[in-house]
Design a protein around this ligand. Structure first.
Ligand code: SAH
Length: 340
């Protein structure tokens, strides 16, 4: 395993094995996760000999910035990062009044093949390691010279199909000796991998789970999300109820509004019926029309109308604010144009 994906305990074991004093593990952890060292050369309080040994046996995973675009509208920043194997991933920095939020990718490509999503066109190339997920946050802090307070795993990939690395990522990101981002400020978005939601609930983390619904009936959902062929909405709801019972964390449902598909009064009723009085929050996303799909977003008036109707059913709802639309802000678009 690469050294930036290791827990504090694993680092201790490693320093022991190579015959170093235990306190070296703490120094290493600080360099890797607090100071975001990009090379062993920076770790000046470690001996040259140790640095050389680590360099040879544990090459450091550091992402290479390939491109940085800054929105003139709202200061949103898009980053393309190169991985050691030549793959390229996309991350976003968003500025809100409550702080800076970074959206990271969890895989290169994605196997889920949702009809509206630009990432779907790449298939799955591979999952990211914990260090590659952490590095997206670390490099953005270093390059922008700003603190990041929130992290959302909503970029390319299905995080719950990269379960072990995701868990390492969450634990390292919230570690008090690292960036120390509160788990309450970390959101993981899934298309609804039911067994992984149950497993995640048992970890008793304090993160927010966001579930991509996009349709309130199985028949409709199957038309845009192939994962609906594997897990029914009933199974998804059972899993999120369990998640809430075990963690006390309210679930966030994402619902991308698509013209002439899931935005009618009938759809509101169906969605309200599905959620019932379950303590959740619905985030409405006017669908981003990506080159790869023909799906259109409804007019603003219809989006607001959908929200109002849902509220009348007693459901907590917000409309997602669009950011960085002048810099290929939407899901996977920058990477796709770069790859071409
Ligand atoms: N695989 C995970 C996380 C990545 S996608 C998931 O499915 O949740 C992050 C969110 O962006 C999901 O809710 C996804 O459905 C949504 N999304 C993808 N493409 C979109 C588009 N073109 N317009 C609006 N939302 C989109």
């Amino acid at each position: 395993m690469d050294i930036r994906s290791m827990t504090a305990d694993e680092l201790k074991k490693l320093t022991e094995e190579i015959g170093e004093k235990p306190y070296r593990a703490g120094q290493l952890f600080t360099w890797l996760h607090k100071k975001h060292a990009a090379s062993y050369g920076e770790m000046t309080d470690l001996s040259k000999k140790l640095r050389q040994k680590l360099e040879e046996e544990y090459p450091l995973v550091t992402l290479q910035p390939v491109k940085r675009l800054i929105s003139k509208q709202d200061g949103t920043e898009k980053y393309l990062f190169g991985l050691a194997d030549g793959n390229v991933i996309e991350s976003v920095l968003m500025r809100y009044h409550h702080g800076n939020s970074v959206c990271i990718s969890s895989q290169v490509g994605c196997a889920m093949n949702c009809a509206f999503c630009a990432s779907a066109r790449n298939r799955l190339i591979r999952s990211l390691t914990a260090s590659e997920m952490l590095e997206q946050v670390y490099r953005i802090e270093e390059i922008s010279r700003e603190r990041v307070s929130n992290v959302v795993v909503m970029g390319m990939g299905e995080p719950l199909l990269n379960y072990d690395a995701l868990l390492r990522f969450i634990r390292l990101l919230s570690d008090s000796e690292g960036l120390c981002i509160s788990q309450r400020n970390i959101t993981v978005s899934t298309c609804g991998i039911v067994p992984a939601i149950f497993r995640l609930a048992d970890e008793k983390l304090q993160i927010t789970l966001a579930v991509s619904l996009h349709a309130a009936s199985d028949a409709k959902r199957k038309k845009i999300m192939p994962v609906a062929e594997t897990y029914s909405l009933e199974q998804v709801m059972e899993a999120v109820r369990y998640y809430f019972r075990e963690t006390g964390r309210r679930i966030s449902f994402e619902y991308a509004l698509i013209e002439n598909f899931n935005s009618s009064a009938e759809d509101v009723k169906e969605l309200a019926g599905l959620i019932g009085n379950f303590p959740a929050h619905v985030n409405l996303i006017p669908v981003n029309t990506v080159k790869e799909s023909q799906l259109a977003r409804p007019e603003r008036r219809r989006v607001e109308d959908f929200a109002k109707k849902l509220e009348k059913h007693g459901i907590n709802v917000t409309i997602r604010k669009e950011m960085g639309s002048d810099i290929n802000g939407a899901c996977g678009q920058l990477r796709n144009s770069y790859m071409k």
